[in-house]
Write a protein that binds this ligand. Structure first.
Ligand SMILES: Cc1ncc(COP(=O)(O)O)c(C=O)c1O
Length: 399
């Protein structure tokens, strides 16, 4: 039996919704996207949700919006340092570099895999860069503490933006992960908690940021902004349908993606409960084992704070991890590193930041990379797959 890292996530009614959408001739961004954005805002408790074509685009659009707002002072400027975790996803980091800012890497907490705020405190004291922001990831479904993030940002006057691409459906203290930030990115890639095949979006409570995101996702035009009328009145000689008020990309979602999202978001509680059930089963199977489910503390202490995108597993040593991985792959259990592993060691980043970035400075990121790995936790796994996953992990620990 195979237990993949993910399944397609589509239900028969989702496929019907796509076919209906195609027959309706509604292809490019329109009423379904607007309806999905409304549902996402309601679910997250956010004032605004701006859908785009991927989580990566959401991260790009956030940085663009803060660098070049249409009104007011930019919240970030070229050259600013942005704190980021050493275990990261590439497209959390690339927009920072691509738009002329500087990622300042911070080691992670080895238990939660989140950016370590104590290590960040030291970086703030010792860094040569003008650090103006922090872009934490809420990894694998685990929500960071919003109060801790906020007080860190207040103490250092930092702009807080969050990458929540892996943590839809996780809440702490009644606040959805990332929602204490100025803007938070989400992904609906097929392996995630809900899927639009490819897709993503940004949640924000800031009207000006939301307006700029709506322009940025669509060439820079004014059409979808709340202040589109005012812009049209101040520029009478330009056709208001072709009035460009900001920089932009074309990172729009399609109607078929929103049609999928509208069905999927209705089922999110069931999906996340199923993921918690899988995590609980695996955790129980590992009770007397040498392998450990990272984040299992939340299952008892605060189940809502973890939505389990994948299951991070910790072995007692790098050798034990390698042996477990060999056994699991042979048993049909697909595995992968924790995100990218220590991202500072990746050749792409080394080529850019080179001598200024020594991967071995990130001791905890190296430790997690060497001792830990991930297996799937998809809500569509069958009972047999869940049992096979739990059994195989239990056996893998005896090597
Ligand atoms: C932390 C994080 N950020 C950003 C992304 C990018 O999302 P997408 O694949 O939708 O571009 C991912 C992808 O899974 C991710 O894990």
């Amino acid at each position: 039996m195979r237990v993949p890292l993910a399944s397609s996530g589509l239900e028969p009614e989702d496929i019907n919704a796509v076919i209906e959408t195609l027959h309706s001739n509604a292809l490019t961004m329109g009423e379904r996207v607007r309806a999905f954005e409304k549902e996402m805002s309601r679910y997250l408790g956010a004032e605004h949700f701006v859908m785009v074509n991927s989580g990566s685009s959401a991260n790009l659009a956030i940085i663009e919006a803060l660098l070049r707002p249409t009104k007011g002072e930019p919240r970030l400027r070229p050259g600013d340092g942005i704190l980021v975790p050493a275990i990261a996803w590439p497209t959390t980091i690339w927009p920072i570099i691509q738009l002329g800012l500087r990622p300042v890497f911070v080691d992670i907490d080895p238990e939660t895999i989140t950016i370590d705020l104590e290590a960040a405190e030291k970086v703030m004291r010792n860094s040569d860069f003008d650090i103006r922001g922090i872009f934490p990831i809420h990894p694998l479904g685990r929500a960071m503490d919003p109060a801790a993030l906020q007080s860190f940002c207040e103490a250092h006057s930092l702009v807080l933006v969050s990458d929540v691409c892996e943590a839809l459906g996780s809440w702490r203290g009644g606040i959805h992960a990332g929602m204490s930030s100025l803007a938070a990115s989400f992904s609906f890639y097929f392996s995630h908690h809900i899927t639009t095949m490819e897709g993503g979006g940004v949640a924000t409570n800031d009207q000006a940021v939301a307006d700029d995101l709506r322009s940025i996702r669509s060439h820079g035009w004014s059409r979808d902004r709340s202040d589109a009328k005012q812009w049209a009145e101040t520029t009478n000689d330009i056709n208001s349908r072709f009035l460009f008020v900001s920089t932009g990309y074309n990172i729009r979602p399609m109607e078929i993606q929103a049609a999928l999202g509208l069905g999927q978001i209705k089922r999110i509680d069931d999906y996340i409960n199923r993921r918690r059930y899988i995590a609980t089963n695996v955790n129980n199977a590992l009770k007397n084992s040498e392998l450990r489910l990272m984040g299992s503390d939340t299952l008892i202490e605060d189940p809502k704070s973890h939505s389990w995108m994948l299951l991070p597993i910790r072995a007692k040593s790098p050798v034990a991890a390698r042996k477990a991985l060999e056994f699991l792959e042979q048993a049909g259990i697909e595995t992968r590193p924790i995100l990218t592993g220590n991202f500072t060691a990746q050749p792409s980043l080394q080529r850019i930041l080179g001598t200024n970035l020594n991967p071995r400075d990130f001791v905890q990121a190296d430790y997690v990379t060497a001792t830990s790995f991930m297996v799937g936790c998809h809500h569509h796994f069958t009972e047999d797959q869940v049992a096979h996953l739990a059994d195989s992990l239990c056996h893998a620990s005896s090597f």
